[in-house]
Design a protein around this ligand. Structure first.
Ligand SMILES: [Ca+2]
Ligand SMILES: [Ca+2]
Length: 297
């Protein structure tokens, strides 16, 4: 990243709506980029961009499915976004990945649906290609990498700050391990260096849960998008956005069937002794009955 380049407001940034600490925020971004550059990562001109908006008067639709249908409910947001985030390179947009870190409880679950809310933007159209990515991250630290479980190629279904794009995984459902998993989105429709500055990732900034991350590569994210990237991976809270925020990415899953006992329980020494005693008692009882029957005859 180019730490020497000043961070200028991006297209969509309305200074009248900008928070009073916008200058401080931009300075934090510059510090973050400097940290990545000084760490020896590949230098390039990627810069974060954020377009705030007033909290939506209407809740995003549709409501989350009931827990009876999807017992696994992974979401961080409060149902309204307060802006959209993107990455730019010079005068154009750049591909990146935004992802949430979720924690899957014990019990065994299958990921069935991923929901993503996209903002209204002239550069985001219905049908635009995306890549979804699901990772397992047992150590809970995405910065040191994670195990890619599945990628799914999909397209934008709605881009209006209101209606979630809902991706039913069907045959591509993923059995999730207990512990942390990462669910991310890569805007493959962005042609780095050509697409005008675009902020595709809606953010709920009302109460950050500290689980929303950004991954930036020195070029387009590779396919498959292995982590960590070669340029920058960090939480929104760690210098990218004042107060942090939550990506409006949700995931829902069903419970896996409980595995039936595959083998007959083994008997220990006491078990064999009890079984032997029971068989001996039954045989003795049968013998007595036969003797009585013989005397009677
Ligand atoms: Ca909100
Ligand atoms: Ca990790």
């Amino acid at each position: 990243m180019n730490a020497a380049s000043p961070i200028e407001p991006k297209r969509g940034w309305n200074m009248s709506e900008a928070p009073a600490h916008a200058t401080k925020w931009r300075r934090r971004i510059a510090t973050c980029i400097c940290a990545a550059s000084c760490a020896g990562v590949a230098a390039h001109a990627a810069q974060p961009s954020f377009a705030p908006r007033l909290s939506a008067p209407l809740a995003a639709q549709p409501p989350s499915p009931p827990a009876a249908q999807y017992p696994l409910q992974l979401l961080l947001d409060d149902n309204t976004d307060e802006g959209a985030f993107g990455v730019t390179a010079g005068v154009s947009a750049q591909q990146f990945m935004w992802f949430n870190r979720f924690t899957v409880p014990a019990g065994g679950y299958s990921l069935q649906q991923i929901w993503v809310l996209f903002p209204s933007s002239p550069n985001i159209t219905v049908g635009a290609p995306l890549e979804l990515a699901v990772y397992a991250d047992p150590d809970g630290n995405p910065a040191n990498g994670a195990t890619l479980l599945r990628t799914i190629n999909v397209t934008v279904q709605a881009a209006d700050d209101l209606n979630f794009s809902i991706y039913d995984l069907g045959q591509q459902s993923v059995n999730l391990p207990q512990g942390d998993v990462l669910v991310g989105v890569i805007p493959r429709f962005i042609v780095s260096g050509t697409t005008p500055p675009t902020n595709p990732a809606t953010v709920d900034t009302t109460a950050s849960q500290g689980r929303s991350w950004v991954a930036v590569w020195s070029g387009d994210p590779p396919d498959p998008p292995t982590l960590p990237p070669d340029a920058l991976i960090t939480r929104l809270d760690d210098g990218l956005l004042p107060g942090g925020g939550n990506w409006m990415i949700r995931a829902f899953g069903t419970a896996l069937p409980v595995q039936a006992a595959a083998t007959t329980p083994a008997l220990n020494t006491w078990g064999f002794a009890a079984l032997f005693a029971a068989l001996f008692a039954a045989a003795t009882w049968q013998l007595r009955i036969r003797r009585r029957a013989g005397k009677t005859n």
